[in-house]
Write a protein that binds this ligand. Sequence first.
Ligand code: UDP
Length: 238
Amino acid sequence: MSELICRRILLKLSGEALMGSQSFGIDPDVIRRVAEDVKGLVDSGIQVGLVIGGGNIFRGEGLAKAGIDRVSGDHMGMLATVMNALAMQNSLLKLGVAARTMSAISMEQVCETYVRRRAVEHLENGEVVLFAAGTGNPFFTTDSAASLRAIEIDADLMIKATKVDGIYSADPMKDPKAQFYPRISYDKALAEGLKVMDATAIVLCRDNQMPLRVMNINAPGALLRLVKGEEIGSLVES
Ligand code: UDP
């Protein structure tokens, strides 16, 4: 166990990461593969908190453009994150991994309501905790929810899993000259407006000294190699 560089992590996955090559919803193969990666972490003794976005189903901003008022749209977005969390919970349970969804919006017939102390107890018991419904408030994102939960549960590291290998000076899918940053400060990421996470989420990490690793979710086994000390993706720190 001594080779592990962290004991407790908070992993943030965007809803889009679960879509695979589809344009909406959840690709069962993708969710199973990510669940297998999470199982690898749990089997190594890592305590895992998960935040999954909802952008593969609904985003408040997009719904507002379609004429739904923003607060209702954000509520719909938060409910979408619960659907994703339940799908991931199901995949984890099928692999024999104890997993529990805790929602920031109470829905007691569906899952537990988030209570920080209970969440930490579940983590200490080796259960994966899926933090659903974002922060429970409109006008926030699940990136901010992930920063908040990472800080609340005293995670050693927050990991944002994306579709690219880490942080670049520009979108590497569009600009072949984009420069890769193996390490970057919170302030530089903010000042350059890099698409790491939204500013609220970065500031929360910065002000609470929560190290953030940005990495590609499509590389099977990379999460395990990361927690065993391999330099993977980009690190954001002071
Ligand atoms: N959302 C919200 N408050 C939160 C977190 C999320 O209102 O604390 C809503 C918001 O409408 C957002 C949607 O839920 O667009 C889905 O979350 P997000 O866009 O962060 O998902 P991702 O891009 O990670 O898939």
